[in-house]
Design a protein around this ligand. Structure first.
Ligand code: SAH
Ligand code: MG
Length: 215
């Protein structure tokens, strides 16, 4: 399912080649267990973009079940270092990475991405950084990992439109927490769009993707 629904995005999603059975399994698991993996249009787009960039070394914040890690590793041909703090997700991710035989190409760091881990420093610099952890912490992640960005880094932040809730918080009926989260994402978007050292464009498909490069 596409996150931002429109006739056009449903049409585009239907044009995408059918997923391999392995990925269909992961997509079904994610849907069933409410694991917020990246949507199909967005991952297809990122794969194109990272291939054009000839990305070799990706840092990902937020592994979940390793859906995006595996697709990026296999289809872009890049090494991936990915950080996950949730134990159940770590188990699932490990299982999936092993099933694909990618133990040597994907390094999962088990722990909180708000803490700097030796393994992450060891693999630096990163030519692509994919920020996809807790949505209220994107700025912290950005600033923590900034010293490990390559000169020609491309930073992708996922879910910056958060199902329409950032542009129109009035669609959030009950949850105060969600309203606060939408405000925090808006704050991040404003911060990154006005950053003196980086230029960003936000693409309103998938769940909203911010694409950031150095000025
Ligand atoms: N990138 C994945 C989806 C990640 S979902 C994909 O598209 O397939 C977000 C994940 O980030 C969740 O599994 C959550 O446990 C993890 N996460 C959130 N905040 C984190 C943090 N501070 N440190 C490590 N992992 C975090
Ligand atoms: Mg995401």
């Amino acid at each position: 399912m596409v996150a931002i629904e429109s006739k056009d995005s449903l049409y585009v999603e239907n044009l995408l080649p059918e997923s391999e059975d392995f990925f269909k399994g992961l997509e079904a698991y994610a849907l069933e267990n409410k694991v917020p993996i990246i949507d199909k249009i967005a991952i297809a787009y990122l794969i194109q973009l990272f291939k054009i960039k000839k990305a070799k070394n990706i840092l990902e914040i937020g592994t979940a079940i390793a859906y995006s890690s595996i697709r990026l590793c296999e289809e872009v041909g890049a090494k991936v270092t990915t950080i996950e703090r949730n134990e159940l997700m770590q188990e699932q991710a490990e299982k999936n990475i092993n099933l694909r035989g990618l133990e040597d190409r994907i390094t999962m760091v088990k722990g909180d991405a708000l803490v700097l881990h030796d393994e992450v420093v060891k693999q630096a610099p990163y030519d692509v950084v994919f920020i996809d952890g807790a949505k209220s912490q994107s700025r912290k992640f950005f600033e923590l990992y900034e010293p490990y960005f390559a000169d020609d880094v491309l930073i992708i932040t996922d879910n910056v439109l958060f199902k329409g809730m950032v542009s129109d918080p009035s669609i959030i009926q009950k949850s105060k927490d969600l309203r606060q989260l939408a405000r925090k994402i808006d704050k991040y978007n404003q911060w990154i769009m006005n950053h003196p050292n980086y230029s960003t464009s936000i693409m309103p498909f998938g769940d909203g993707i911010a694409m950031t490069i150095r000025k």
